[in-house]
Design a protein around this ligand. Structure first.
Ligand code: GLN
Length: 201
């Protein structure tokens, strides 16, 4: 299982450490060619305006949309969730439009220190620890979007088919639950004939 991690800026290394701990191979993604052969892709936290500009300039935005259309698993955390949302506000911003949801930026947590809270999840019995760093709030989740975890009555971790988005940073805790769920999604998707397990075109 090889998972690409967008490595433009932000906290991509923490995702790599956690995925490798779970037995996955990881690859830093900076060009469309880097995505070849990946079974899944992580869009990490950081600053979504900077990341979007990079994706558009490097031709990665189109490549990621095609990867998703072929059934490749994608997980966006914080700024990555903003990139996936179909509707971005405060301020408004373009995106990859891969998840039918409205996000409002810079809603939870402070910029420098992190706010650590917990909330209910369907992924395990215990509450899930969540680290918020100027994260977006999901104000609307469209039909077909499953809520996997909540914080303060709002969706904090969502999934629709092969796409997952978190408004928090699961890579900054010791709990591997969310990454394990993403890896099982990537494995299941890689087995499907539409994807063929690879992103080779
Ligand atoms: N505030 C950032 C943005 O709007 C996201 C912060 C994060 O990824 N931790 O892009």
């Amino acid at each position: 299982m090889k998972i690409g991690i967008l490595a433009v800026q932000g906290d991509f290394e923490a995702h790599a450490t956690m995925l490798e701990q779970l037995g996955a191979q990881t690859a830093e993604v900076r060009t469309p060619a880097d995505l070849e052969g990946c079974d899944g892709l992580i869009l990490p936290g950081g600053e979504s305006t900077t990341q979007l500009k990079f994706l558009q300039e490097e031709g990665l935005a189109d490549k990621i949309v095609k990867f998703a259309e072929r059934g490749g698993a994608i997980f966006g955390t914080c700024a990555g969730a903003i990139l996936l949302a179909s509707d971005v506000r405060h301020p408004e911003q373009d995106s990859l439009h891969l998840m039918d949801m409205t996000v409002v930026r810079n809603a939870y947590g402070r910029q420098i220190a992190s706010d650590v809270v917990s909330g209910p999840t369907v992924l395990k019995k215990e509450p899930l620890e969540m680290v918020f760093i100027r994260g977006p709030v999901i104000e609307r989740a469209g039909p077909g979007v499953k809520v996997l975890a909540e914080y303060a009555g709002k969706p904090a971790l969502v999934q629709r088919e092969n796409i997952m988005a978190a408004t928090f940073h699961p890579e900054l805790t010791d709990d591997t639950t969310v990454h394990e769920h993403f890896l099982s999604l990537a494995k299941a998707r890689a087995k499907q004939p539409t994807n063929g397990g690879k992103s080779s075109s």
